[in-house]
Design a binder for this molecule. Structure first.
Ligand SMILES: [Zn+2]
Ligand SMILES: [Zn+2]
Length: 259
């Protein structure tokens, strides 16, 4: 009933105020087909755990040394200004229809080969869920679950013990450490994790701290494999370039999702 009312209201508003592209401003769609076609897909030759460009597919030396908890990263697009505009509008401007557009842009071809048993979103904290009314990784995870015909777990993970938002942590190391203990498997779902191949979904992957925290909790409870699907990825190399000021992204979004 609420969804139907929302749809009717949105249709009426769109008739009076036609939507315009959140990136280029063209009237007609929230993300126009020209901007979609100009989005940069993730290259083939990248590190399979962090999307850093390599001479050939494999693992970069940093991931070999770090041995992160995740087993595979599937990024669909590079986190450039265009995709950043869309994700920002979805998260902060309440353009929920963008969730369907961005969710439909996930490249599921390679993910199908992951043989995942279940798909789970990165959980958001309850206060953000209340203020925003939705969890964008949850929207994406449901869409991927339908498209890939893989079970939707939904509430397997829960945020715990993170009192300082990660965006306010003083250093990258503090942020990473805070996130490793920031997630736990919900007590009622522990059995559902043992031996399972789990694909967790987030909107943006930059340092990967958030999903590594999720993966650590899942592996600690016996998950046999944890993959990550992200709408957009920002390899560390490009992040360094951005931090040096050569490329400027919106500072609100230029790092790991704070939600
Ligand atoms: Zn556009
Ligand atoms: Zn790597």
């Amino acid at each position: 009933m609420i969804a139907a009312l929302r749809k009717i209201t949105t249709t009426a508003i769109n008739l009076v105020f036609p939507p315009s592209c959140v990136h280029c401003g063209r009237e007609g769609q929230l993300l126009c087909h020209i901007c979609v076609s100009e989005s940069t897909a993730v290259l083939q030759n990248v590190c399979r755990l962090c999307a850093e460009p390599l001479a050939k597919p494999g693992m970069c030396s940093r991931c070999v040394a770090e041995r992160p908890w995740i087993d595979r990263l599937y990024g669909s697009f590079l986190y450039e200004t265009l995709v950043a505009s869309a994700i920002k509008a979805l998260k902060f401007d309440d353009k929920r229809a963008l969730g369907t557009i961005l969710g439909g842009m996930f490249n599921t071809e390679v993910m199908d080969r992951s043989e995942a048993d279940v798909i789970d979103p990165v959980p958001t904290d309850s206060s953000r869920l209340r203020s925003r009314g939705f969890n964008q990784p949850g929207l994406f995870a449901r869409m991927l679950s339908n498209r890939m015909e893989v079970a939707f777990g939904g509430d397997v993970l829960v945020r715990v013990g993170q009192t300082i938002p990660q965006s306010k942590q003083p250093t990258a190391a503090a942020k990473h450490g805070a996130l490793l203990g920031a997630f736990e498997v919900r007590a009622s779902r522990v059995i559902a994790v043992v031996g399972k191949r789990i694909l967790i979904v987030d909107d943006v992957f930059t340092t990967g701290s958030t999903v590594k925290g999720c993966a650590a909790a899942l592996k600690a409870h016996g998950a046999s494999w944890v993959g990550v699907a992200a709408s957009a990825v920002q390899p560390i190399g490009s992040l360094i370039v951005m931090l040096l000021g050569i490329v400027r992204l919106d500072p609100e979004l230029g790092n790991e999702c704070p939600c």
